[in-house]
Design a protein around this ligand. Structure first.
Ligand code: BGC
Length: 741
């Protein structure tokens, strides 16, 4: 037996050496139809291959399929040992020995946890976001992963949708820049290096627009929104060389995205010349039939492959039906060849044919995870993600010696929630809590939970079981608040209260936290409210009554240290919101780059576009975020420096007493257009750090791609004429300019 095994592996190794010198085209020529279809099949591993192989149930089939070349990739295999055995099975077991891809949802870190993407996007710091992707890749590749399902670059406008935590907000320009930065960070400049991996831009397309914010719901999209708001980040990812794209669960105009030839074949692979591969989302091929767009799994497989879905994640549709569809002439083998070539190309670029174990290194796995430098970066990212929403009377920063401090809130002591959802292989309860962050700074404080957030925090199944009855901790919280000069309250959402399938219809403070806040406020209104959250929360009462509010999101491994350092002034907050915070549910969707109506102006009658009982403005708009210093803008110069080109210069000054970082934002307004343009659109931004009293001139150049837009049919147009440029974030300085063709 032993002899047989090693003979087998010698055969496979020599075969593999043969494959290494093959081009993907040559390799394709050696493959049977069944082997080709195998490359298009992606399984989730519900078992780790560290013990004997499964012998019954669907896992036994999967095992057999891997061993016989019917699988191109596996997701959710974690750890170098398990990955090695799984890879061995494919490489040494199957006839051609083609190595597997190992995919994983590394959304904001592998073991070291960075802030959730919506939080991190608030830093507007592209180098930082590239760097956190780089470190995530270094950690993930050591553990066998060579493909991540990230970046999630859906744009969205509805904070009820739980997946807003995974993305970069409502703006296509900023999300596009972040998309490219993330792709660079994951893939580097050489994909074959053992510490770079293939990225996956998702979800193509429109998944961020589910009606009423309910996950997996249908979308109602017009062509302008699709082409100007949703698609640009995907184009940016493709231009940055992303090697894979994941499609999505939703319908677009009645067609499941997974079966959408217009999007996948014509636009992505045709017009944009994307030469990587498209992977379906989890069972999204099977869901074509569930939607009612195919009569059964077989027809769903046919629609998906014809539409350009190259790899089937967990639908079992391709592996079961594609061969039959080809034999009956319902699917041309040319489509299969195209899909397989795309997949083989990426495997070649990853260097898997040179060494299928390139990414599997148990020694590096032990050494590369949670390096001190990674945790330092996690701290930096968490600090830069914090957004100071309100700071009346300059209550912040606190002086740790200025009086008694009470810390209140279950989340203050929570070492798990800061890791957020989609937390990769972060270790449960491993984040620095706020209590620990305060202690690490030597702060003297009293603390109590005040109220339990869930009856059984940390258990996914208990998410619906939010505490709405147990007020037994109120008394102690009120007592501590009464005895203190200042109260820091840490309130918000548990780490698993946002994310996939976590849509919420009420996005106020969950459970009894609002009641606790008001009870504490009644005895001591000197409150710093620290929010931990995965989405914008609706907090009108706090916005009116609490003097200082900051959002720290789910801030990752070092969240508590970051929060403490900002509260006590060791760091000056610089984050700016990338998604508008509504004042009430009824305003949703509320977003900054909306169209102008025909009746925008307030007048004494009721016949203008407004609510009778609510403002039109969000509670905190896109781009908002305060600092412990203040910045001034002056000397705006807007020059039409050539056809279709505008140069902008503006002086930014630090007017306060502390050094600080400002995110300078440049907005464009196109007042008259064939298809109406939004009231304003972000077209440039820069982070500038200034010492007290210092100033600098920030310059931007806008060209045709910034000044034009997509018509509903997807064609790009530039219309010369008047434009208005505004610099912000407060947007007080603006200038009109005329641009020629
Ligand atoms: C999600 C994807 C994810 C995939 C694999 C799906 O449910 O929509 O974003 O990459 O699962 O875990």
């Amino acid at each position: 037996m032993q002899f047989l095994l090693s003979a087998l592996s010698m055969v496979s190794v020599s075969l593999l050496q043969g494959l290494a010198s093959d081009t993907p085209e040559q390799l394709l020529g050696k493959m049977t139809l069944e082997e080709k279809i195998g490359q298009m099949n992606l399984y989730a591993s519900e078992w780790d291959l560290t013990g004997p192989p499964p012998t019954e149930g669907s896992n036994a089939d999967k095992y057999e399929h891997i061993r016989t070349g019917k699988v191109g990739g596996v997701l959710n295999v974690t750890g170098a040992d398990a990955a090695r055995r799984m890879q061995q099975l494919a490489v040494e077991g199957s006839r051609l020995g083609i190595p597997l891809l190992f995919g994983y949802d590394v959304i904001h870190g592998y073991r070291t946890s960075f802030p959730i993407p919506l939080g991190e996007s608030s830093s507007w710091n592209l180098e930082l976001m590239e760097q956190t992707a780089r470190i995530s890749a270094i950690e993930a590749t050591a553990a066998g992963i060579n493909w991540v399902y990230s970046p999630m670059i859906d744009t969205f406008r509805d904070p009820r949708w739980g997946r807003v935590m995974e993305g970069s907000g409502e703006d296509p320009f900023l999300t596009s820049k972040i998309a490219a930065a993330k792709v660079r960070g994951y893939q580097g400049t050489d994909l074959s290096r053992p510490d770079t991996l293939a990225a996956c831009a998702k979800h193509f397309a429109g998944y961020g627009f589910p009606v009423a914010g309910r996950d997996y719901n249908t979308t109602i999209l017009d062509g302008r929104t699709l082409h100007n708001i949703i698609l640009p980040p995907f184009k940016a990812a493709v231009d940055a060389g992303v090697r894979s794209v994941m499609n999505s669960f939703n319908l677009i105009d009645g067609i499941p995205a997974t079966a959408h030839a217009g999007l996948q074949r014509d636009l992505l692979k045709g017009k944009w010349k994307f030469d990587g591969f498209v992977v379906s989302d989890w069972a999204s091929i099977a869901e074509i039939a569930v939607h009612g767009a195919a009569s059964d799994l077989r027809q769903a497989a046919q629609r998906a492959i014809l539409a350009g879905s190259d790899m089937d994640m967990e639908s079992f549709a391709y592996v079961t039906h594609l061969a039959g569809l080809v034999e009956e002439g319902l699917v041309s083998e040319a489509w299969i060849d195209d899909a397989v070539l795309r997949i083989l190309r990426v495997k070649t670029e990853l260097g898997l044919f040179d060494d299928p174990y390139r990414y599997i290194d148990a020694t590096r796995e032990r050494e590369a995870l949670l390096r001190p430098a990674h945790l330092d970066l996690a701290l930096d990212a968490a600090i830069q993600s914090i957004v100071l929403l309100k700071n009346a009377t300059n209550l912040l920063p606190l002086d740790k010696d200025a009086g008694k401090i009470a810390l209140i809130g279950a989340l203050a002591d929570d070492k798990d929630s800061p890791l957020g959802n989609w937390r990769g292989m972060a270790i449960e309860n491993s984040a620095v809590s706020v209590v620990e962050g305060f202690r690490n700074l030597g702060v003297d404080f009293t603390w109590t939970k005040g109220v339990k957030l869930a009856m059984n925090p940390g258990k996914m199944a208990d998410l619906v079981n939010v505490n709405t009855t147990d007020r037994s901790g109120f008394e102690e919280a009120i007592r501590l608040a009464r005895e203190s000069e200042v109260v820091v309250m840490v309130l918000g959402e548990l780490g698993h209260q946002t994310g996939e399938g976590r849509s919420r219809a009420d996005i106020g403070l969950p459970g009894l936290q609002q009641e606790l806040l008001e009870a504490v406020h009644a005895v001591n209104p000197n409150i710093v409210l620290v929010l931990m959250n995965g989405r914008p929360l609706i907090i009108p009462w706090a916005a009116e009554n609490v003097p200082a509010i900051l959002t720290a999101w789910h801030g990752g491994s070092r969240a508590g240290d970051a929060i403490a350092r900002v509260i006590f002034g060791l760091e000056n907050p610089s984050g700016k919101l990338t998604m508008s915070w509504p004042g009430s549910i009824g305003q949703i969707p509320v977003y900054y780059n909306h169209d102008r109506t025909g009746r925008p102006d307030a007048n004494p009658s009721v016949f203008w576009s407004h609510y009778n009982d609510e403002s039109n403005e969000p509670l905190y708009p896109f781009g908002h975020g305060l600092s412990y210093t203040s910045f001034g803008y002056s000397e705006l110069q807007v020059t039409p420096s050539g056809p279709r080109t505008i140069d902008v210069a503006v002086r930014v000054s630090n007017l306060g007493q502390r050094s600080g970082t400002e995110v300078v934002q440049l907005y464009l307004t196109d007042p008259v257009a064939q298809a109406v343009r939004p009231v304003k659109e972000l077209k440039g931004f820069a982070r500038v750090t200034l010492a007290p009293g210092a100033s600098t001139v920030q310059r931007f150049r806008l060209t045709k791609s910034d000044l034009g837009y997509f018509l509903p049919d997807g064609s790009f147009t530039f219309e010369p004429g008047e434009f208005i440029l505004t610099v912000g974030p407060t947007g007080t300085l603006s200038q009109q300019v005329s641009v020629s063709d």
